[in-house]
Design a protein around this ligand. Structure first.
Ligand code: AMP
Ligand code: GLY
Length: 432
């Protein structure tokens, strides 16, 4: 089979790495990919959002299966477009992708189908928002209704902060039309966990549990990021709790969508807060998480391509269960200085060759590019340069979380680039 993976992050590198191990696969393309992906797939210079160009490429190259990494093309309807022409593609269609693209849609669906979530109200004007903030007081959470690249949530500690967030989203339009409607909701307390499943609307297959670290500095301090590291499994979610989340969140959501006439095929990711009143849904994503995928995929022993094909065909019942490695997995993200704010690119990355030799360690590239420095005959020499905020995801397996943490940080110690920043406490929560 010929596979096209769309995206350019650590998630996509992990997916390409896994897909490359499938017996079903002959050739992998990645659009646009990154420096690390270049080694295992042919990277093509088409942006993940350029649906017409991706479509033309898939037709011309006779792609048998396209796998979509990021949410933007899903929300823009890439799946509908491909399917209309009979091209196989893994991911939800435009309507289903609203679960992530529109927090208003997601909250209304949750309310209608009794999916546990924070108490909320939806607003489209500043005065009404402020009245409500005055009524519920702080802390409270202000969320932009539309897609804001993971930055549209403000957990306000004071009424003033809440008002400022409303002002920024609704009047200053810092997220453009994504702030036309906002959600103001109750602030939940607890531990967070990510539940990812693959579904074809009828059957659900859960992936291994993972936990993300969203803040930029140790001990969950500093700004929210796309994710600074992750670990799997997540011991906070007991078997009973997992069952409860599947029943109350995942099944109710998929059934609710079906009742609305929306078929969901692909990955459904629920961000959950485990509160003293039980699990509550913080958000949905309609795709694999990043960096959760980097710790889930190395533990998966089954053929991912088979599962994705079954989900696309609506025949997920064919897959009885997934086979998992009992080892724990930890991923530490190495970021550019300044991320998630402004940062410089083009710094040379050292030490990757040393880590390549380590057993049980993989480095998934995110913001990197490759530069060929010497291309004479058979001997090609190249170097990697930083090319984004999150640069690398160093990922290690171990018999226990503790061992996985140790081997991952050992590998991290061998890598360097100017301004490299990473958290030193990834996985520590799992030990407590
Ligand atoms: P979201 O994109 O909706 O998951 O929000 C991003 C982050 O904001 C979450 O991972 C939580 O840490 C935090 N958050 C979102 N909603 C709430 C809430 N209702 N209460 C407390 N924290 C929240
Ligand atoms: N790590 C969070 C996300 O993928 O949205």
């Amino acid at each position: 089979m010929r596979i096209l993976v769309i995206g350019s992050g650590g998630r996509e590198h992990a997916l390409v790495w896994k897909i490359a191990q499938s017996k079903l696969v002959d050739k992998i393309f990645c659009a646009p990919g990154n420096g690390g992906i270049t080694k295992i797939a042919e990277c093509i210079d088409i942006k993940a959002e350029d649906i017409p160009a991706l479509f033309e490429f898939a037709k011309k190259e006779k792609i048998d299966l396209t796998v979509v990494g990021p949410e933007v093309p899903l929300a823009a309807g890439i799946v509908d477009e491909f399917k209309n022409y009979g091209l196989k593609i893994f991911g939800p269609g435009r309507k289903a992708a609203q679960l992530e693209a529109s927090k208003v849609f997601a909250k209304e669906l949750m309310a209608k189908y009794n999916v546990p979530t924070a108490a909320f109200e939806i607003f489209d004007n500043v005065d009404e928002s402020n009245k409500y903030i005055k009524k519920i007081g702080a802390p409270c959470v202000i969320k932009a209704g539309g897609l804001a690249a993971g930055k549209g949530v403000v957990v306000a500690k004071t009424v003033d902060q809440a008002r400022q967030a409303v002002e920024a989203m609704m009047r200053e339009k810092i997220f453009g039309s994504a702030g036309d409607k906002i959600i103001i909701e109750e602030c939940l307390q607890g531990e967070e966990a990510s539940i990812l499943v693959i579904t074809d609307s009828k059957e659900v297959i859960a992936l291994a549990l993972a936990q993300d670290h969203k803040r930029v500095f140790d001990n969950d301090q500093g700004a929210n990021t796309g994710g600074m590291g992750a670990y799997s499994p997540a011991p906070i979610v007991t078997k009973e709790l997992f069952k409860e989340i599947l029943e109350k969140v995942i099944y109710r959501t998929i059934d609710g969508l079906e009742k609305e006439g929306i078929d969901y095929r692909g990955v459904l990711y629920a961000g959950i807060m485990i509160t003293k009143d039980g699990p509550k849904t913080l958000e949905f994503n309609v795709r694999f998480g990043d960096p959760e995928t980097q710790v889930i995929i190395p533990r998966l022993k089954s053929d991912l391509v088979e599962v994705m094909l079954a989900a696309c065909a609506g025949k997920l019942s064919r897959i009885k269960s997934l086979d998992w490695d009992n080892q724990a997995c930890v991923c530490v993200v190495l970021a550019s200085q300044g991320y998630p704010g402004n940062y410089e690119k083009g710094k040379e990355i050292f030490g990757l060759d040393k880590v390549e030799k380590m057993k049980g360690v993989s480095v998934f590239h995110a913001g990197t590019k490759i530069r060929i420095i010497n291309d004479v005959g058979q001997r090609q020499e190249s170097e990697y340069l930083t090319n984004g905020g999150r640069v690398l995801g160093v990922t290690g397996l171990g018999d226990t979380i503790k061992n996985a943490i140790d081997s991952t940080y050992q590998a991290v110690g061998k890598i360097s680039f100017e301004g490299m920043h990473y958290r030193k406490d990834i996985g520590r929560k799992a030990l407590e």
